[in-house]
Every structure is written in structure tokens, then in C-alpha cells.
Design a protein around this ligand. Sequence first.
Ligand code: NAD
Ligand code: IMJ
Length: 271
Amino acid sequence: MPDTEVKTEKTPFKSDLLKGKKGLVVGVANKRSIAWGIAQALSNHGAQLAFTYQGDRLKESVAELAATLPGKSPLYPCDVTKDDEVKKVFEGLSQEFGSLHFLVHAVAFAKKEDLDGRTIDTAKDGFQIALDVSSYSLIALAKAAEPLLEKEGGSIVALTYLGSEKVVPNYNVMGIAKAALESAIRYLAADLGKKNIRVNGVSAGPVSTLAARGISGFTIMLEGHRNRAALKRNVEVEEVANTAFFLLSPLSSGITGEIIYCDAGYRIMGF
Ligand code: NAD
Ligand code: IMJ
């Protein structure tokens, strides 16, 4: 083995870069969740993390995963559409952590019937649900986190997808919701910059998670993506997690309001 060991994206890269930093991760459902990949990366760099879970159904799964990390990880129930639950998360964090250095938003939802067929058939309630859960929630969480993040400066990262700017079959109302999310990232970055709080997005290529597997034809989409991508493969969750880590760490201190694509070079291709 040469002494200059090559680290692949699969080899966990560890450092003390986030030692003493505290973060909240919203969007872990199970071990495949992008949010869980991000949590592991942040923990590998010394961060202490708190998690939310969406209702009792996911409590055990999130608790089991959080228990694998070093240190104590506070857990809070949080349906992002419920203002009182969002408020309680930050009351709890104020007690447990006192201050916060980063926030991860990895939450999206649209009604299944709205992720099929024509976008023109989207009813008002389906539109409202998709934008409430997937876009407004970033504003609600950023507002509630602001008092804790401004104490020592902080960084917010939200997960997004190419369907925000290009038409992707069946992504439909989620594409509109991600466009709103990406715009919210820029407006929040402008609001919070003077408080030394940065806000950015990671636009991930398709990853086989719960939110993706529910989609008909997802396997075919993965294949199509791999064939067109410059790197001729799909992204690994660890690569998306490392991009989020970069944006949440001091390494990216000059970057705010941006969307970074971690998609194996899919978006740059014209044909
Ligand atoms: P996932 O199913 O593991 O995560 C989605 C999370 O959203 C779950 O934890 C779920 O509990 C949460 N959620 C949904 N409605 C909620 C609500 N009302 N309140 C609180 N939480 C709620 O899937 P994932 O693929 O890891 O998705 C995470 C993020 O990554 C999403 O924003 C998604 O749009 C984005 N993304 C995913 C892909 C992909 O291919 N998987 C690609 C690009 C971006
Ligand atoms: C989702 C739908 C259509 C095409 C899609 C996706 N492609 C990708 C996704 C190509 C990569 C996954 N994605 C980026 C998402 O943001 C998924 C969000 C989502 C998924 C579901 C499935 C189950 C359900 N509602 C959902 N709401 C949002 O009932």
C-alpha cells in the first residue's frame, strides 16, 4: 500500500473542522435518507447533531440511527407544516444547545397523484401541500433558527433537484416547489447575510431513497441519468453529503445564496 492512500468518496473523511459546532438535521426517515448521509458526514468532522422526525411512525428509526453517533443527539418531533411543532424544536434546542451553527433542510412532499400525468391537472390543495412542505418550510425553519444561528454565525443547506429549472417527466408540482425553494434560498441569504448566516442549496442527482423509490420508472431514470452524465455514473449519497458538509463548514465561508450541483455532471450536458 503506498503511503499516499487515495481516499474515494466511499472512504469516510474525518477531521476536527466542525468540532464544537452544533447542528439540526431535518429530513431523516431511514438509513438511505440523504439527510442521514449528511448527518454522518457532519459527525465525522466532529459536529454534535440534533434531529427531527416526522411523527411517531419514524421516531424509532431516527432514534436508532442517532444512537450510532458519538455524543448525545436530541430528537424532536416535527411536522414542518405545524407551526407549534417547529416552535417547540427551537425551544428545546435553545435549552439543549444554547446556540446553533447549522441547519440541514432535506424535506419534500407532494401528493402521489400530483407526481404523475400533467402538471396542468394539479389541484389547488395539492399545489399548496407541495409548496407548504417543500418550500415554505425552509422559511419557517430559518426564521425559528435565526436567534440561535446569529449568536456565532451559521450556515443553512437545503436539498434541491434539477426539476426546478428543467422539465423532468412526472416531477411536476415538485419542480415548481423546488423553484420556490431555490428562490427562497437566495432571498433568505440576502436577509441573513448581515448576521453572518449563509444559505445555500445542494442540487443532487437521483439517489435511491424512500422519496425516489416511490416514483414509477425510477430505475429507468437512474439508467438514463448515468448514460448522459459526464462522469458516466450516478452520484453516491456520500458525495451529496460531502457537498453539504463543504457548504456547512468554514471552507465555504465566502459562498451564500448559491445552488451547487452534485449530479455527476448531468446538467452541463446539452446532448
Ligand atoms: P427521504 O424520503 O429519505 O427524505 C424525505 C424526508 O422528508 C423524510 O424524512 C420525510 O419524513 C420528510 N418529510 C416529508 N413531509 C414532511 C413533513 N410534513 N414534515 C417533516 N418532514 C417531512 O428522501 P430523500 O431523497 O433523502 O429526500 C431528502 C431531500 O432530498 C428532499 O428535499 C428531496 O427533494 C431531495 N432530493 C432527493 C433526490 C433523490 O433522488 N432522492 C434528488 C435531489 C434532491
Ligand atoms: C420524483 C418524482 C418524479 C421524478 C423524480 C423524482 N426524479 C427524482 C425524484 C427524477 C430524482 C426524487 N426527488 C428529487 C424528489 O424530490 C422526490 C420528492 C417526492 C417523492 C414522493 C414519493 C411519494 C409521495 N410523495 C412524494 N413527494 C415528493 O407520495
